[in-house]
Unconditional design. Structure first.
Ligand code: MN
Length: 288
């Protein structure tokens, strides 16, 4: 049975700035309640934008996270990052960085130096994925996932390619390890390319049209539209009406209370206070 579409959201009217390097449209929790997209907490989409050549590294300086995971998907442009566990790297176009903040981490994220000097199109998604209560204090870790390492599904009739970041599509698995069941597919369709797949009806499932346009389960959706599916039916059929890039996310909801203050996402307000105290006391480590 085809998965029913609950609603197609258009791109929010105004972008917001995260530091001076990320010009983002917030789809959730901005226009869709967190509970409806659990285990996902936040989706910021830096739709393609050229910041121009810069004499400094645009981005976000040192800040903490605790209790969840941040996933950065680079479509265009490159992002560099460093964290307080000593991990660092560059996320190139097509690559993903999956950072588990867990018990607490400091990091900074900014445009990669060579890219920053030249400028050029920058297109990026940052997604926050919640951790279940039992794993919120897991040790921080970091999964750099290059495009080459992702699971690959070539679509018939030169239809395009799906990069599987996490979960499984039609029998091919992605490399990311997750704490709860999550599917994350980077879908690249050529004009008229078609993909048929399925996610469990119990999963919350969404699709962001990063670029292009498509027909998804009989509904026509344009650039930057965001499809929220009902928890009914499993099959998803996508046909691109032009060359298109889509991001499909699905996950088993985490049915637990959320207590959030900015970059800390816990279950109770007491745990939030603890997180803030730990941060103030320097327990998330040191990062210059
Ligand atoms: Mn961050």
């Amino acid at each position: 049975m085809n998965k029913k579409i609950e609603k197609v959201f258009q791109r929010p009217a105004r972008p917001g700035m995260v530091g001076d390097g990320f010009r983002v449209f917030n789809y959730f929790p901005g226009i869709i309640p967190q509970k409806r997209v659990s285990p996902f907490l936040m989706l910021d989409f830096n739709a393609e934008y050229d910041f121009g050549a810069s004499d400094h590294l645009r981005g976000v300086d040192v800040h903490p996270h605790k209790g969840f995971e941040t996933v950065t998907i680079a479509y265009k442009g490159s992002v560099a990052h460093h964290d307080s566990t000593g991990n660092s790297g560059i996320i190139h176009p097509g690559d993903v960085q999956w950072m588990t903040a867990g018990a607490g981490i400091l990091h900074k994220e900014y445009h990669e130096e060579e890219f920053s000097k030249k400028g050029g199109p920058f297109e990026m998604v940052q997604l926050w994925v919640n951790l279940p209560a039992k794993d919120k204090l897991t040790a921080p870790k970091y999964q750099p996932i290059t495009a080459a390492e992702m699971g690959k599904v070539e679509l018939p009739n030169n239809g395009g390619l799906v990069n599987i970041i996490a979960g499984e599509l039609n029998g091919t698995a992605g490399p990311a390890t997750t704490f709860t069941p999550v599917n994350m597919f980077d879908i690249r369709l050529n004009k008229d390319g078609e993909l048929s797949t399925a996610t469990p009806a119990t999963h919350n499932t969404v699709v962001l049209v990063v670029s292009g346009s498509a027909i998804i389960n009989d509904e026509t959706v344009g650039t930057h539209a965001f499809v929220l599916f009902k928890n009914e039916g499993e099959e998803i059929n996508i046909k691109a009406t032009e060359d298109s890039v889509l991001l499909l996310l699905s996950g088993e909801p985490i049915d637990e209370p959320i207590a959030q203050y900015g970059p800390f996402v816990m279950n109770t307000s007491k745990e939030l206070e603890e997180a803030f105290e730990e941060f103030r006391a320097g327990k998330f480590g040191v990062l210059e």
